[in-house]
Design a protein around this ligand. Structure first.
Ligand code: NAP
Length: 522
């Protein structure tokens, strides 16, 4: 059944067009034929999501939490076949699959805990003791049906029941997933687990649709459908911006939370830090190589301070980076784009280009870097574009002023890292300030890859890294992307939502007349 679409909680295969996913490791198509959704199915999914929203809003928070935990159990039941599909469709290792699975089910549990506590709704109450002054009470509600685009590079953690979907469901929003065709089976198996959890928990079936599509028609139709109220996307700048523009041109524009490319500037202060070269080169090369560099947090720009010993550091980094065996990429088109982008930079002849000379099989990506000086970096805009894969531009800078000028020309990023000794840190306050204004996460003596999922994580950043720098895409605070506040003015107690009534029946922290408290009103 997982080869069919799911429309409002029911399997559906009305179209004639089918497609297969691809095994990049074996360089051949996988067996299953997936049905592409028709525009009639897409329209039905949106219409049902609207109905589902009304029903889902009435479901108690603790039931919503049990539903999320139940999705976790259902996914765990099918873990082996999900991971088999994960590996067969992504070229990623079983070990990575295990890690991503653990992260995905952890996200489900942490959102269940969040919803159960009820505090995310940010209940706020301002009472009045004068007839001319209104009594006002405010809380957050789900925004409405959310359209989620599965990401190629996270077949589990940012796909069918990944960060965007779980945040939306937690907020009480129905989800329509546009599955990534690269890993259709992985997505379909997870979608089937969601469906079982819907039935077991007596949830409105209309809250979940899962659609396959390889052309853009269905996606564009859904982004423009009046029932869809927000979009979550992870992928290319081109794709994210196209969807963002479409959403903004609707009669009633909606928010698009697109997480797009990032080159993650990483600055290494080599002077008087020779004792740290080994460790820094190790951690950096691993970050550049992990899973063929197919991360939005890949360190794509590495600025290295020119010093009497910096050549030694660069040599160490080169050796560690280039000597590793190239890895399989997510799909043939990503592998091809990687080859083309490297080729274009090599042809531009802007500096020293070095590439792994190890054997490169079909759909594998040979890691490479390009070394340039700061002046070239500032002049050549193409050096600041994301090359998705194990590729970094190494920029040697001479002075503090020069590195500040380099950072000046960089656009918004997810992260910025600085490798420096603690004693030297205080000399670089201006640089940290500059990074803070450009990125969503500033990292000291660490690499951008390896994103910890916790409440204090910010995974976002100014455009073009994302389309809305005010929100994180990782961690429980990502729920705020899919929520909106409503105030109730002069309402009698029994007509108010439960969390805003005088009696604090949920026992949650509420802001009453400016003070956070768990007390009742009055
Ligand atoms: P993508 O091309 O942006 O696609 C992501 C999803 O959005 C897919 O489901 C895709 O549908 C859909 N889509 C893309 N453009 C669209 C458009 N104009 N209208 C409607 N739907 C659209 O990303 P990808 O397939 O994951 O990889 C391609 C490139 O994206 C990579 O080479 C890399 O440069 C970049 N990428 C970046 C990150 C990052 O985190 N920075 C992550 C992944 C990919 P179809 O699959 O049907 O085309």
């Amino acid at each position: 059944m997982f080869t069919k679409n799911i429309v409002g909680g029911e399997f559906s295969s009305e179209g004639k067009s089918t497609f297969q996913s691809f095994n990049p490791e074996l360089n051949r198509h996988n067996a299953e034929l997936f049905f592409e959704a028709t525009s009639v199915e897409a329209a039905r999914a949106a219409k049902l999501a609207k109905i589902g929203f009304e029903k889902f809003q009435k479901v108690d928070h603790d039931k919503r939490a049990s539903f999320l935990r139940s999705i976790r159990s259902e996914m765990e039941r099918d873990k082996t076949i999900i991971l088999d599909a994960f590996c067969a469709e992504s070229g990623l290792s079983r070990e990575r699959g295990e890690k991503e699975f653990t992260r995905t089910v952890f996200q489900l549990s942490s959102f269940a805990d969040l919803v159960e506590k009820n505090e995310w709704i940010e209940a706020s109450i301002d009472t009045s003791d004068h007839p001319a002054v209104p009594d006002l009470r405010k809380q957050l509600f789900g925004i409405g049906p959310v359209l989620v685009f599965g990401a190629s590079n996270f077949p589990l953690a940012y796909s069918t029941m990944g960060g965007d979907s779980v945040a939306a469901l937690a907020a009480g929003c129905p989800v329509i997933v546009k599955a990534h065709p690269s890993h259709a089976k992985t997505s379909g198996l997870v979608a089937s687990a969601v469906l079982r959890a819907i039935v077991k928990n007596d949830m409105p079936p209309e809250i979940f649709s899962h659609l396959y599509a390889v052309d853009f028609k269905v996606a564009h139709q859904l982004v423009q459908h009046e029932a869809v109220k927000a979009v979550g996307f992870t992928g290319s700048f081109h794709g994210g911006k196209a969807l963002f523009d479409l959403a903004n041109n609707r009669k009633h524009p909606i928010p698009v939370f697109a997480e797009m490319g990032s080159v993650n500037p990483t600055i290494v202060f080599t002077e008087n830090n020779e004792d740290k070269y080994d460790a820094w080169a190790q951690v950096l090369s691993q970050s550049m190589l992990t899973d063929a560099g197919q991360f939005c947090t890949n360190p794509g720009l590495i600025f290295i301070q020119k010093s009497s010993t910096s050549k030694l550091f660069i040599h160490q980094l080169e050796e560690l980076f280039l000597n590793e065996a190239p890895k399989c990429m997510l799909n043939s088109s990503i592998a091809e784009t990687f080859r083309e982008k490297k080729q274009k930079l090599l042809a531009a002849d802007l500096g020293v280009f070095k590439q792994s000379t190890n054997e490169v099989r079909e759909n594998y990506g040979a890691q490479a870097f390009l070394k340039v000086d700061a002046e070239t970096f500032i002049r050549e805009e193409q050096l600041r574009e994301e090359v998705f894969g194990s590729f970094s531009v190494l920029i040697e800078f001479e002075t503090y002023l020069e590195i500040l000028s380099c950072l000046e020309v960089i656009e918004g990023q997810l992260t910025g890292s600085v490798f420096v000794s603690e004693e030297q840190m205080k000399n670089y306050r201006e640089l940290i300030q500059q990074l803070t204004s450009k990125v969503g996460r500033v990292i000291l003596n660490g690499v951008p890859t390896g994103v910890r999922v916790c409440p204090s994580m910010n995974h976002g950043g100014p455009f073009p890294a994302t389309t809305d720098s005010r929100f994180t895409a990782v961690g429980i605070d990502s729920i705020y992307r899919f929520a909106r506040p409503v105030s109730f003015q002069n309402f009698p107690d029994d007509l108010l939502p439960k969390a805003l009534r005088n009696k604090n029946s949920f026992g949650i922290a509420r802001r009453i007349n400016g003070e956070w408290t768990k007390k009742d009103v009055g």
